[in-house]
Design a protein around this ligand. Sequence first.
Ligand SMILES: C[S@@+](CC[C@H](N)C(=O)[O-])C[C@H]1O[C@@H](n2cnc3c(N)ncnc32)[C@H](O)[C@@H]1O
Length: 259
Amino acid sequence: MCGSGTTKAAADKCGIQCRLYDLHSGFDIMNSEIKERPEFIFWHPPYWDIIKYSDIMYNASGVQNRYGYDPRKLDLSRIPNWEQFVEAMNYAMMKQFASLEKGGRMAVLMGDIKKCGKLYSMLAEIIKPGTLENIIIKAQHNCFSDNTQYSGSFIPILHEYVMIVRKDTPLLVPVIVAKKIKADIRDMAGTTWRDVVAAVLEECTEAVTLTYLYEQIEPHKKAQNNKHWREKIRQTLQINPNHFHHTDRGMWVLKRKEA
Ligand SMILES: C[S@@+](CC[C@H](N)C(=O)[O-])C[C@H]1O[C@@H](n2cnc3c(N)ncnc32)[C@H](O)[C@@H]1O
């Protein structure tokens, strides 16, 4: 994904031979074959859709005429949602890593994206095969957002990362994969009875009975791991007056902070 060719300029400066590939010049990472078994790959994928490439940075119809495909359909920066982008990024990562010779390295320059109060982190979600050798933090220069004035509480992203992985073993490769799951606090190790009772009450808009609390907690590991779980719930409510408030007999609410 050589774009305008910064990688080549850097390689030339160091006297290193290199080959450049990009969607704009006939190579699609998802479908084209990697012909070499390289000792080093420098990969600079799009930062999701922060900058769109096909038909903006270059003319899509020119590529269509020359190579016979519409780059807008294959461009990683035009993938509409984050999950699909991560899937494509990780496919491309493994495809390139697999092509390396033993002892070879892959450097990936990537950045995180912030949208509507949420961080979409390429570094957190990229698959990390092989030996993780380095994560270098690099100041981000010449961004489109440099001239944007942000309101007080917004922390702009001023850095990007270069992750370096090494292929020490060709066949059986250690891999770090980010996995998104929905975890229920009532089943998780490390939670206290106070956390569990508070979490159940937090979902309630009015006072609830002890029976309701029992029903909400009984099927879960927190209760299954303690044969005195009912007593624990009652004790938790009694010893935490800062958090739990007793209304009528047997009815409980969470004390909420004043807005
Ligand atoms: C972050 S830019 C690379 C910038 C480059 N380092 C430079 O100096 O201009 C990402 C590049 O990925 C390319 N790209 C997007 N989807 C691709 C795909 N499916 N296969 C190959 N290249 C792709 C884009 O055309 C774009 O040039």
